[in-house]
Design a protein around this ligand. Structure first.
Ligand code: UDP
Length: 250
């Protein structure tokens, strides 16, 4: 089913899909942090991120939020629409953690009165610097209509995800989204792309405040595999067959 390899990223490999305009996303177990200065492997992570992201993309589609997702192919691969990625990382924060604490002198865990949407310019060499929407407009990374769509979808996604995770005893502290431009017969539209998983979210247990996301890897907290599996289990998507390497069609 896979065509030629198009791109290898830090956590995924992209291949040509079976039809024009489609791409296969292969989820690896590789983990990186601090702009790839720290590297490692989280066993079974690719399988778990694949099924978690599938669940979330399907639910968002049901809510009318357009995404690049078509279907999951097997344990490590999903078929998605080929899009032109908007070079912005859209970060949503509900609770202070990570880079905002350093930047603004906040304590980790401080509740934010309102959810914050931040934009970073997606450029590894520059370390994904924080930018204002005006930079995106001034440098042509996105136009005004696209930014309006991105902000609108981002708030809806945050509302949905907070509820989804709270329902399984997890606080959605922050997360990162990427959007793409999809060419359709009616023109170009903005769709949600990439993945939503414990790699791109901070999730804290509501009862214990335990971190259930990539911060366990970033900070060497141990129990990384178990935390990812627990998130999948609570969401009801932990594969019963185990986290095998199988990439045959389901
Ligand atoms: N994030 C991500 N990819 C990035 C940067 C951030 O998925 O390249 C996610 C990160 O996992 C967290 C949120 O975005 O859930 C906010 O990250 P932050 O800006 O605090 O940066 P970090 O502390 O991860 O360096």
């Amino acid at each position: 089913m896979r065509g030629k390899q198009l791109y290898e990223g830090k956590a995924k490999v992209l291949f040509e899909g079976p039809e024009a305009g489609t791409i296969i996303q292969y989820f690896k177990d590789d983990a990186t942090a601090f702009n790839a200065q720290k590297k490692g492997t989280i066993n079974g992570k690719g399988v778990i991120n694949n099924v978690i992201s599938e669940l979330i993309m399907l639910r968002l589609t049901e809510l009318g939020i357009p995404t690049h997702f078509i279907r999951r192919i097997n344990m490590r691969e999903q078929l998605v629409r080929s899009v032109e990625i908007v070079p912005l990382e859209v970060v949503v924060r509900n609770v202070a953690a990570g880079s905002i604490c350093k930047r603004l002198g906040l304590e980790e865990g401080d509740m934010l009165d309102e959810s914050l949407v931040e934009f970073c310019y997606k450029d590894d060499e520059l370390g994904d610097p924080l930018i204002a929407q005006e930079h995106a407009l001034a440098f042509g990374w996105a136009d005004e209509e696209e930014l309006d769509d991105i902000v609108h979808y981002t708030h809806r996604i945050n509302d949905f995800l907070r509820g989804l995770f709270f329902g399984i005893g997890l606080r959605l502290v922050d997360f990162k989204l990427e959007f793409g431009r999809l060419e359709t017969e009616e023109g170009t539209m903005i769709v949600l792309a990439d993945e939503i998983s414990p790699d791109s979210c901070r999730l804290w247990d509501v009862e214990t405040n335990e971190k259930m996301d990539k911060d366990r890897f970033r900070r060497d907290l141990g129990g990384i595999e178990e935390a990812y599996q627990e998130v999948a289990r609570r969401l009801g998507v932990l594969p019963k067959s185990g986290l095998q390497e199988d990439t045959t069609e389901d």
